[in-house]
Design a protein around this ligand. Structure first.
Ligand SMILES: NC(=O)c1ncn([C@@H]2O[C@H](COP(=O)(O)O)[C@@H](O)[C@H]2O)c1NC=O
Length: 510
């Protein structure tokens, strides 16, 4: 008689599955709670303790960890010596294992979870059975996911056994599952132990959505979600309308969210190819959008716009006038939705503006490696700001410098942002030399640079950027400082009456 060992925490669908196995002639072996459910439903079942000759002990910490179970799972039936050994120990082979694990992940998702509860929810016996069965997939069928019950039953009904190919696939799924399960435990305990960058790292991501392609159509791609990650994330976005998101959409939308997150007042951020092309703030969302649009009415075309307040009808009317790939906001009014959904393709996303969530690290892959670092969460409030020049910025200049500084942090290096107190006027991104980025930003600002301010993500290696800024009419500058030639830049700024402040904090973004 074939034997199936069933031990599940999540009992959904298990009664029907076991009933079908019984009809197919299987003997069912089960642990305490699972056995009880079967008995209550009239399913014939043998307790694991009858097989092991040993009771469950230590509050269920030891139930199935026994040679009678693992011998039955691991014996290679094609190996005569294995057969002889299990027979001499009176161990019978187990043909099918169906196990799902203690809900560790759900337990630690509760921010108030007691440490002892988390520890008790680390399953030991379950993964051991799964791994034994999965290693012996040559003859053992192993199921860790209820979605596989029907497919396994279908094969058993047709052939009386599963195919080797199916068993191998199920085995691989088990090892993915136990690896992810252990990775959650490792992440949790590492965090609890206060270790930040340990000798090995494992992160668990789960498939959120397959993507049609990657950055380009010939690149295969998928989007994976960090289950215990931050709530304020593109991975937590809800799509209300429009075409499916692409790889580039997701990347750009993330960039837009990171910028809009910097602002407390109503703000609108337009992003193209990972860089902000226009950022505006104002008394209302519409006002903020008008400024983000005016900042660069050319580049916003086909861009992504993120808001930190609900989009209302008036703003939606403005958005409707141009071609945008995505609009992201905490919410949309009914009127805004009516207006915007008139366009079939525009993607509308809501994201919870909730800053709670797991501790995040920034991960960047390089060929053959992974770079891990803290997020660049420093803000001007954390910086030790010093006035380097004879003149101190006026209150109005200071407001503009703050806005420019919030934005330049999110522009690819070398980065220069020209701004006034409400909006960006010019953005120079990703240049190989700083003065080149400044020239782009200043040229874009044009006449509006007169009386505006300039932010630089890193120090000035020489005084040429200050010179260019002064000639364009810039009156105040914010930069980290720290160059051996700082004095040259300070001197140049003083010559032109520019007020320059130094933050001591660099914001490279590569
Ligand atoms: N300790 C053991 O030997 C052991 N064997 C199976 N389990 C787990 O016990 C759970 C099922 O328990 P029950 O049938 O009592 O509801 C399953 O999630 C299974 O993975 C065990 N529990 C934890 O380690």
């Amino acid at each position: 008689m074939k034997r199936a060992l069933i031990s599940v925490s999540d009992k959904s669908g298990i009664i029907e599955f076991a009933e079908s196995l019984v009809k197919l002639g299987y003997e069912i072996l089960s642990t305490g709670g699972t056995k009880r459910v079967f008995e209550e439903n009239g399913i014939p079942v043998t307790g694991v303790e009858e097989v092991t000759g040993f009771p469950e002990i230590l509050d269920g910490r030891v139930k199935t960890l026994h040679p009678s179970i693992h011998g039955g799972l691991l014996a290679k039936l094609s190996n005569p010596a294995h057969k002889e050994q299990i027979e001499s120990q009176n161990i019978k082979p187990i043909d099918l294992v169906c196990v799902n694990l203690y809900p560790f992940q759900q337990t630690i998702a509760n921010p108030n979870v007691a440490f002892e509860d988390a520890i008790e929810n680390i399953d030991i016996g379950g993964p051991s059975m799964l791994r034994s069965a999965a290693k012996n997939f040559e003859t053992v069928t192993v199921i860790v996911d209820a979605v596989d019950y029907d497919a396994v039953l279908a094969e058993l009904n047709v052939n009386g056994e599963t195919t080797l190919k199916t068993r191998q696939k199920l085995s691989a799924k088990v090892f993915r599952h136990t690896a992810a399960y252990d990775s959650f435990i490792a992440e949790y305990l590492t965090e609890q132990a206060g270790e930040e960058l340990p000798e090995q790292v494992t992160f668990t991501y789960e498939l959120k959505q397959p993507l049609r392609y990657g950055e380009n159509p010939h690149q295969k791609a998928a989007f994976y979600e960090k289950r215990l990650g931050s709530n304020f994330s593109i991975a937590k976005a809800r799509q209300l309308h429009g075409k499916e998101l692409s790889y580039n959409n997701i990347h750009d939308a993330d960039a837009a969210l990171q910028i809009v997150k910097e602002f407390n007042e109503p703000a609108a951020v337009a992003v193209k190819h990972m860089n902000p092309c226009g950022v505006g703030t104002g008394a209302t969302v519409e006002d903020a959008f008008s400024k983000a649009f005016a900042a660069d009415p050319v580049s916003i075309f086909g861009g992504i716009v993120a808001f930190n307040r609900a989009v209302d009808g008036a703003t939606a009317t403005r958005l409707h006038e141009i071609f945008l790939e995505i609009v992201i906001a905490p919410a949309f009014s009914d009127e805004a939705l009516d207006i915007l959904t008139a366009k079939k393709n525009i993607r509308l996303l809501t994201v919870p503006f909730d800053h709670q969530g797991g501790v995040e690290k920034m991960l960047t892959s390089v060929e053959g490696g992974l770079l891990v670092q803290d997020l660049d969460s420093f803000s001007l409030a954390d910086a030790d700001v010093k006035v380097a020049t004879d003149r101190t910025p006026t209150a109005g200049e200071m407001e503009a410098l703050e806005l420019a500084w919030k934005v330049v942090k999110h522009v690819k290096s070398n980065a220069i942002v020209v701004a006034d107190k409400d909006m960006t006027l010019g953005v120079g991104a990703g240049q190989m030399n700083r003065v080149g980025a400044a020239k782009i930003a200043l040229e874009q600002a044009g006449e509006k640079a007169k009386g505006a301010v300039l932010a630089s993500d890193a120090f000035f290696p020489m005084d040429d950027t200050v010179e260019a800024a002064a000639k364009a009419g810039i009156t105040a500058i914010i930069q980290p400082g720290g160059s051996i030639r700082d004095e040259d830049s300070i001197k140049k700024a003083n010559e032109y009456g520019i007020a320059m402040i130094m933050t001591g904090i660099r914001h490279f973004k590569h």
